[in-house]
Structure formats: C-alpha cells, structure tokens
Design a protein around this ligand. Sequence first.
Ligand SMILES: [Zn+2]
Length: 182
Amino acid sequence: MKINVGCGSKRLPGYVNVDINPAYGPDYACHADRLGFCGDGQAEEILLEAVYEHLYLTERPRALAEWRRCLCSGGRLVINWLPDAEAAAMRLSRHIRGECGADCGTRDEFPHFNLEVFERFACAPPQTHHELAYNVHKGLFTREVVRQELEAAGFHIASIEGRTYPGEHGSPVNLCIEAVKV
Ligand SMILES: [Zn+2]
C-alpha cells in the first residue's frame, strides 16, 4: 500500500490517507507515528506533503521508526515541501541588505521576503485563535539536518532538491526529499 501521512483536505487517490484530524475524513484518523493499520513491511511508499515540519523534535525519531517499520525493503519515504531554513535565511538576508530584486517575495501578495514572510514560512503562526497547535511548524530544517535525521533512522537519501511551491516564485525555499529504507 501507499500511505499519505497528514493528508489534510488533500486526499490522494491510490493512497491510504491518514490525518490526526478526523474532520478531514481520512481513511484513518491517527497520529503520524502510530500507523497501527499497516503491518510490518506492507507499505511501498510513505508520502508526507508539508507535514514533517509539524512534528516535534521528540516525535520525529518515533515517526521515522514507525514509517520504517511499515515500509518494505527498498520502500520509499517521500517528504515534500519541507521549509528550507537556510534558503529562506539567505533570501531574508538579501532583503534586509536591500539587495532584493524581482525575485525577493514568494507570491504576488508577498512581494518582499521580509521578517513577516520569514515567520509565516518558518513558524506558520496560527492566523486565528482557534487554529490547532499541530498547524505550527516545530523546527527549522536544512538539507544537512534532514539528511542526518533520516540517515540516523535507517534511511538512504536518494535525492534532496530545492523546489518552488506551485503559485510561488523566486529561488526555491522548500526541500523535496526521497529516501529509501535500507
Ligand atoms: Zn525585498
């Protein structure tokens, strides 16, 4: 099976879609580190789209171990749209130094990569008082940080690339990672 962890409202066909929030109507409402419906080695792919940054430092090793348990040998762990703190800091730095050009902002409504944009990107602070704590980003990531976490958990990194989110422009500030269970 293929598992879309933290699906939110984006349930994908061909995947078992899971989310901690039952309001999204996932196939299973469960935490990312407790995929009890999946037996050992039964998954060929585990996909996270803009999810890994919502796990606390203390949750991530447990979650990685659980995903590794679920994956078959050679199974793929795909972590997409992980905010790249280093790339974002570079863009904020260029903006602060007044070196920003046409590619400074991320979207038309955010023409400059200022501290507010950096905060939205790095922390995703709640926009309303009732948004839940797990919507907030729990850490800052770089290519090396995510590489070390995944390798320590028994994954081989197949690729890490910077990618621009649909609807955004400028140099990439997100990482897309493909790792393989070894
Ligand atoms: Zn700027």
